[in-house]
Design a protein around this ligand. Structure first.
Ligand code: PLP
Ligand code: COI
Length: 357
């Protein structure tokens, strides 16, 4: 894919490494962005890296009305020896295509689009932070762009990528977070869009998130939308419990996001011969196992959050505390291994790291 590059004439002052490590997640953007247009008949075309700045959209643009909008999240790292790498970009591009399919958005060429993202990261490489626990968060997204108020799939789209240097997603860092088990609102149902990374899933989650945060919780844990009983996932993470020594996580059932960190956790644990079960976990079953002292750890896994230990979970009147509110042995081992692979400190046995330069 040919990509034109227009460099900014007004580069921003890059924050210091220390400032970057302390920046709140997703608030600082780099100097450039990537745009690729789609029109029916022409396909994806005009890939260009341009100065980061406002987009110009028609007010009738369909994404603004009906939310035909999907996104992805992945990270680039400054690895050992100064090289520049991305973590499993092929997986993000494959998931983007799965979201495209669900939302009637034309598919992308996974390899070419990953290469275009790599080019953008290289263009802004001085923004990639290098302190431990920092990275460059990459946000690709696709918006529908017809100026038309009828409800049907758009015939034009824009693929956009923006970048932000980030530290920890939660202000707690690697300290355990508090999670509220949502028993009133639901996030997704089978047949809906739960498995796709579409903007509407997140809009629908905000009310619950706000109410949980007012009660002092960082995020909510979703239960299934029908029985309101089976554990699904956390706001921006897949969820894991170590029950009787077995790493247990909800199976991919169509209503939860198939997380790439989730997949990496499962592949790593199995390679260590630690048993992993992907299955249905009812919240009352978890509470019973917890009261019998069988749940030794709980943690979330996601690109932004990496591995995030869960110290406490509130479900109705019950409060479950895990591992005395401290990070558990398996959570720590997974965090160390995943971040070690991402930054080149540990061997990349699975070939997850994509070298940009
Ligand atoms: N579940 C939801 C709802 C998410 O937003 C995310 C974040 O992307 C995840 C799970 C974790 O997915 P991944 O590990 O691919 O980032
Ligand atoms: C990610 O981990 O990439 C996410 O998408 C979480 C988020 C919505 C900020």
């Amino acid at each position: 894919m040919r990509i034109s590059i227009e460099k900014t004439k007004q580069p921003k002052k890059r924050p210091t490494e220390k400032e970057l490590a302390d920046i709140a997640f997703g608030t600082t953007f780099t100097d450039h962005m990537l745009l690729i247009d789609y029109n029916e008949g022409r396909g994806w075309h005009d890939a260009r890296i341009v100065p980061y700045g406002p987009l110009s959209l028609q007010p009738a643009s369909t994404c603004l009305h009906y939310g035909q909008l999907i996104f992805e999240g992945l990270k680039a790292y400054r690895a050992r020896g100064g090289s520049l790498v991305m973590f499993r970009p092929d997986q993000n591009m494959a998931r983007m295509n799965s979201s495209c399919e669900r939302m009637c958005i034309p598919k992308i060429d996974e390899r070419e689009f990953a290469e275009a993202i790599a080019k953008l990261v290289e263009t802004d490489e001085e923004w990639v932070p290098s302190l431990p626990a920092t990275s460059l968060y990459i946000r690709p997204f696709i918006i529908s762009n017809d100026a038309f108020l009828g409800v049907h799939p758009s015939s034009s789209y824009m693929f956009i990528v923006i970048l932000c240097p980030v530290g920890a997603y939660y202000k707690e860092g690697l300290a355990p977070v508090k999670i509220y088990v949502e028993d009133e609102y639901v996030r997704a149902v089978k047949g809906g869009t739960g498995f796709a990374k579409c903007a509407g899933n997140y809009a629908a989650s905000l009310k619950s998130q706000v109410e949980a945060s007012e009660k002092g919780y960082s995020q909510v844990l979703w239960l299934d939308g029908v029985e309101r009983r089976n554990i699904e996932e956390v706001g921006a993470m897949n969820v894991f419990f170590v029950i009787d020594g077995e790493i247990t996580t909800p199976e991919l059932n169509g209503s939860i996001l198939p997380g790439i960190t989730r997949k990496s956790v499962i592949e790593l644990a199995r390679s260590w011969n630690v048993p992993v079960a992907e299955r249905r976990i009812a919240i009352d079953e978890l509470a019973a196992a917890h009261s019998e002292g069988k749940v030794s750890e709980a943690f979330g896994a996601g690109t932004a959050a990496v591995i995030s230990p869960i110290g406490e979970m509130k479900w109705k009147n019950a409060v479950m505390r895990f591992n005395d509110g401290k990070i558990g042995e398996i959570s720590q081992r997974l965090y160390d291994e995943i971040t070690g692979i991402q930054t080149g400190a540990r061997e990349d046995k699975f070939g997850w790291v994509h070298k940009i330069k």
